[in-house]
Design a protein around this ligand. Structure first.
Ligand code: RP5
Length: 162
């Protein structure tokens, strides 16, 4: 199976990335995690993106906060799909990172998930890999069924609580 590459702009983004890692582990998807910054380590971020396809990655998740150009900078150097996670910083409630990540000019797309939504980034990465992987598609369907059952259980219990 292709690996998921996870890049975070700083180790301070780790709590967001942890949610993605947990989800990938639950779905038995191989991954590799790096701290590369578009502005602090631009050479390493570029080298990672340029070599990602030949190193066996199928999709890249990039998480960054503030003026979050990491996902776009990675997407500029690979044709692998890139999923951006805008991380909430010390100001503006993450709106800065959200707009920086989602508002890519035409030609270099970044699939952006919600602010701090590491779980959805992992699930979207899984769905991309599952296009060519029937066993993974089945694990995703099983997760959906389990999530549905949890909500229906809550539905059944809500009347008793009100
Ligand atoms: C971004 O700046 C990082 O992705 C992080 O979200 C933010 C702050 O980084 P630190 O100052 O905590 O290293 O590049």
């Amino acid at each position: 199976m292709k690996k998921v590459g996870i890049v975070m702009g700083s180790d301070s983004d780790l709590p967001v990335i942890q949610k993605a890692v947990d989800q990938l582990r639950a779905l038995e998807i191989p991954f590799e995690v790096h701290v590369y910054s578009a502005h602090r380590t631009p050479v390493e971020a570029r080298d990672f993106s340029l070599s990602a396809r030949e190193k066996g990655f199928g999709v890249i998740i990039a998480a960054a906060g503030m003026a979050a150009h990491l996902a776009g900078a990675i997407a500029a150097n690979t044709t692998l799909p890139v999923i951006g996670i805008p991380c909430k910083g010390p100001a503006l409630d993450g709106m800065d990172a959200l707009l920086s990540t989602v508002q890519m000019p035409s030609g270099i797309p970044v699939a952006t998930v919600g602010v701090n939504n590491g779980a959805n980034a992992a699930l979207l990465a899984a769905q991309i890999l599952a296009v060519e992987d029937a066993a993974l598609a089945q694990r995703l369907s099983a997760k959906r069924a389990a999530d549905t059952a949890k909500v229906l259980e809550k539905d059944a219990g809500i009347a008793a609580r009100l």
